[in-house]
Ligand binder design. Structure first.
Ligand SMILES: [Zn+2]
Length: 85
């Protein structure tokens, strides 16, 4: 399979911010983008479902549920000087 890399006209690299440095190519399952100015690259599945094939573990279900830090309770102390009518 011949992989043709084509520059994406007008695309801006999300890492280095340069324009027209991104190029894309496809393999049989993914569409890749890479920057020729920095080492940015990413890939997305052609069918839209970017499911890892098992070697990448998902970050859910590891270490149980996420504990959110409780918000600091606000202590509303009525100011006596403002309560008179
Ligand atoms: Zn870049």
């Amino acid at each position: 399979m011949t992989i043709v890399k084509r520059f994406i006209a007008g695309a801006v690299c999300p890492r280095c911010g340069k324009m027209d440095t991104l190029r894309m190519y496809r393999d049989e399952s993914h569409e890749h983008r890479e920057c020729v100015s920095c080492d940015f690259s990413d890939a997305m599945a052609l069918d839209g479902s970017d499911q890892p094939k098992g070697e990448l573990d998902t970050r859910v279900n590891r270490g149980g549920k996420v504990e959110l830090e409780p918000a600091q309770p606000l202590n509303f102390v009525p100011n006596p000087s403002t309560t008179k009518h």
